[in-house]
Design a protein around this ligand. Structure first.
Ligand code: NZQ
Ligand code: ZN
Length: 385
């Protein structure tokens, strides 16, 4: 196990009716609030009205930034930064999925920075100050509600980069706010959660039994609950379990003392930078192919994964056979829940493979389980066509 420091300052407020906690936040964090949200789902569900009522009845002055796109755009982030600077905003409240939260994180650091906020995403600057940020999560997927990362797309240059920004001060997770998540987003979110676990599970770090079992538990819990949530979107327990899995898959616990990978995320970000596809859909396509490409780096790790997570029967089989069956089990599961399996499902052909491979490695080789250069990425993308 590697040395590590674990410090996660986000206050996680979980469960039914917890939105009432907003009241104390207005008194604590200030009354000038920028409310950030997406394309309108929160207006349809009534969540917007509930939030505004609580904020206003506690004396808040609200500015709004609606219309955050899935795969949020730098141009929209900049609008939010201008609002904060012009209105001396005290704190930001993000209501939505990962895109709304990521855009709000960018706004929070951009509001305290004189330069171009994109500097934080292309590694020219590191944030040293941020406005406080609260989130009300409406979709189990990214873990952004309890981590400092943010992913923003510069559509003009077709670049999608993740950057270290700021931890949310608090996040409210009420499973009922995810009842309205449509089937496709429930699938994408679940594939994203599982992918976050894969990125941290496939590691060469030795002596990590607890981290390994944490990771396997999250995977098994997602596997048990996705179809329940798809079949009955109002299944509180299934939605609660997926929400918890999403948060704990990427709040730093799984990576304590572990060298992690993240190559597949870089590849997916390059694909969505060029084709604007849903993040979880892209991961469902690419991850099993990454696994096939790299599994020989540690066949025993993949064999364990197959047996523990997917129940692959090991009797009379070599580790290699067991490992390959485990990878097939991932593909079959993604297919079973209705996730896409090929880039062709998004009408992506080999036309821009080279461009995407180039964009996946902007800062040099990616990944740790196996270091991948542009040619490796090209091969994985080709396998994914
Ligand atoms: O915009 P609205 O109208 O809210 O609709 C959204 C959006 O169309 C809808 N939705 C969300 N909650 C809903 C709902 N619809 C009905 N009822 C609800 N309760 O779902 C659609 C997708 O939302 P989005 O926020 O884009 O999805 P997700 O949470 O999957 O976020 C994806 C973004 O996060 C980044 C991805 O790259 C992508 O840009 N990631 C962020 C990470 C992080 N910050 O740690 C890590 C991830 O690996 C990921 O890269
Ligand atoms: Zn992800």
């Amino acid at each position: 196990m590697n040395n590590f420091v674990f410090h996660n300052p986000t206050e996680l407020i979980f469960g039914k009716g917890q939105i009432e906690k907003l009241e104390e936040k207005v008194h604590k964090l200030g009354q000038k609030i920028l409310v950030v949200y997406g394309g309108g789902s929160i207006k349809k569900t009534g969540l917007y009205d509930k939030v505004v009522t609580i904020l206003k009845s506690n004396g808040a002055t609200i500015s709004e930034l609606p219309g955050i796109e899935p795969n949020p755009r730098l141009t929209t982030v900049k609008k939010g930064i201008d609002i904060c600077k012009q209105n001396e905003i005290d704190w930001i409240l993000a209501i939505g999925g990962g895109s709304v939260i990521d855009a709000s994180k960018a706004i929070a650091i951009g509001a305290k920075y004189e330069g171009d906020v994109w500097d934080f995403y292309n590694r020219k600057a590191f944030p040293t100050a941020a406005l406080p940020l609260g989130t009300i999560l409406t979709l189990a997927a990214t873990g952004s509600e309890m981590n400092p990362m943010s992913v923003v797309t510069n559509w003009e240059t077709q670049e999608k980069h993740g950057g270290y920004t700021t931890y949310p001060t608090f996040s409210i997770l009420d499973p009922e706010n995810t009842f309205s998540v449509p089937k496709d987003q429930t699938i994408y979110g679940s594939c994203d959660i599982m992918s976050h676990v894969f990125e941290q599970y496939f590691s060469h770090t030795s002596n990590i039994p607890l981290q390994t079992r944490f990771a396997e538990s999250i995977l098994k819990t997602v596997i048990e609950n996705v179809e329940l949530a798809i079949t009955n979107p109002n299944d509180y327990d299934a939605r609660a379990n997926l929400l918890m899995c999403g948060t704990f898959a990427l709040n730093g616990i799984l990576s304590t003392g572990v060298e992690t990978d993240w190559a597949t995320h870089s590849i997916e970000h390059a694909v969505s930078a060029v084709y604007d596809i849903p993040h979880g859909g892209g991961l469902a396509i690419i991850f099993p192919n990454w696994m096939k490409y790299v599994y020989e780096e540690d066949v025993a790790r993949f064999a364990r994964f197959a047996a523990e997570v997917w129940g692959v029967d090991a009797i009379d089989k070599s580790d290699n056979e067991i490992a390959l069956e485990g990878i097939e089990a991932v593909r079959s599961f993604f297919n079973k829940i209705g996730a896409p399996s090929r880039l062709a499902d998004y009408n992506i052909t080999d036309e821009k493979l080279d461009i995407m491979a180039e964009k996946a490695v902007p800062f040099g080789p990616i990944g740790n389980f196996k270091k991948l250069n542009k040619d490796d990425v090209y091969q994985i993308l080709k396998m994914s066509l």
